[in-house]
Design a protein around this ligand. Sequence first.
Ligand code: NDP
Length: 453
Amino acid sequence: MGGGEQAAAEAETERFMRGLVRRNPGEDEFHQAVHELVQTVMPYVLDHPEYRDAKLLERLTEPDRVVIFRVAWEDDAGNVRADRAWRVQFNNSIGPYKGGLRFGSAVNMGVLKFLGFEQTLKNALTGLPMGGAKGGANFNPKGKSEREVMRFCQALMLELHRHIGEDTDVPAGDIGVGSREISYLFGQYKRIQNRFTGTLTGKGLTFGGSLVRTEATGYGAVYFAENMLNHRDDSVAGKVCTVSGSGNVAIYTAEKIRQLGGTVVSLSDSSGSIHDPAGIDEEKLAFVKDLKEVRRGRICEYAERFGCEYLDGRRPWSIPCDAAFPSATQNELDGRDAETLLGNGCVLVAEGANMPSTSEAVRRFLAARIMYAPGKAANAGGVAVSGLEQSQNALRIAWGREQVDERLREVMRQIHERCLRWGRDGDHVDYVKGANLAAFVRVGEAMLAHGIV
Ligand code: NDP
């Protein structure tokens, strides 16, 4: 691209973003996610008058619809609680809406719109027929009893069931919504509808869940990293890796890194990080699974149990590593963290979480030309196996572990190929550009074919 064309694309991006910010005030995360896409696809849009004339970017950044509703329920002490829930049905151009539900006090419209937008692009990258959505509630499950979580999920489904269905919109889990919550939501959905369908994914194995779904996002992120490294005649084996978070994505990222011969030296939660230079082996990981999935405890207990360092209130990015896997939440890795990682020799970042790197951090990774995989590419394994869960439910069969894992590997390989196709720049691969363009063109072509809708 020549200097003049680049300047035109930048000016057009600025103009577009001013309009988007005006139309969506206060939704910072949504602005950030859209800006990240628009700045990479604008040259393509300017080169394709049919995209411009059809106002593709304007239409793609406007959700199909957003449902907002009250969730009233009663806590164990008999107090009435009123929380707010949302379902953002972002885009169903290439398949029924698909995307997780997030519970937490910081959940709001801007966060869910960013996640729904990212989900639309991510789902397109998988090659499977899935549109994009996201939802959730400002309910904080921390410190709630089992019964309170169950009553909340049942109350939420009393309204949500009207808006979802196996051919309409298929929710799944996300932060604060794990297998326990999906089970309560599914139980209530089935009761209201009197139909047993695959309308939620991430279900238990005894009622329609898929093998490998629990592990899929973490495993997929590591398969993607392995693809990036293989492309440079390297591999995960022997790499020292930092992982943030200690939830679903983090745990299975750590497990797969270890299985492929890497060493995981950190995990974290919202209170702090642990640094274990000896590496998190199978026994230690079993402890973390029990701690986080069963006892719902804090990661500082790991440091007490195994006698390693605990970084109170800190993220793990100051720990020297070859590869980093941010797997907790959005904007958990800023420009300074990126500088520290690069200064310590980190050559690969694969995002297990959605948008964990700030715009400044991404800018630094791209400038340093390291292997940097944005979440929409690296963490697409979770939704891919959710798509496979839908297929198994529709066929009323259950595939074996090997079969699902093989398909997951293949989806991650194909996403890597798509990134190469659209993001190769000589010897270097710009995975942000590759992922954005591949996803944008797939959704864009479908939208163009559907006419002005
Ligand atoms: P979990 O709820 O299982 O775990 C989240 C982890 O992140 C916990 O360790 C949590 O710590 C930590 N965390 C949450 N908020 C913050 C914060 N503000 N600061 C620091 N740490 C925080 O969620 P998942 O593992 O499912 O999701 C993690 C990320 O991966 C999210 O960005 C999600 O959108 C993304 N993702 C998840 C997929 C999935 O299949 N689950 C699929 C694709 C993406 P604490 O317990 O203290 O809150």
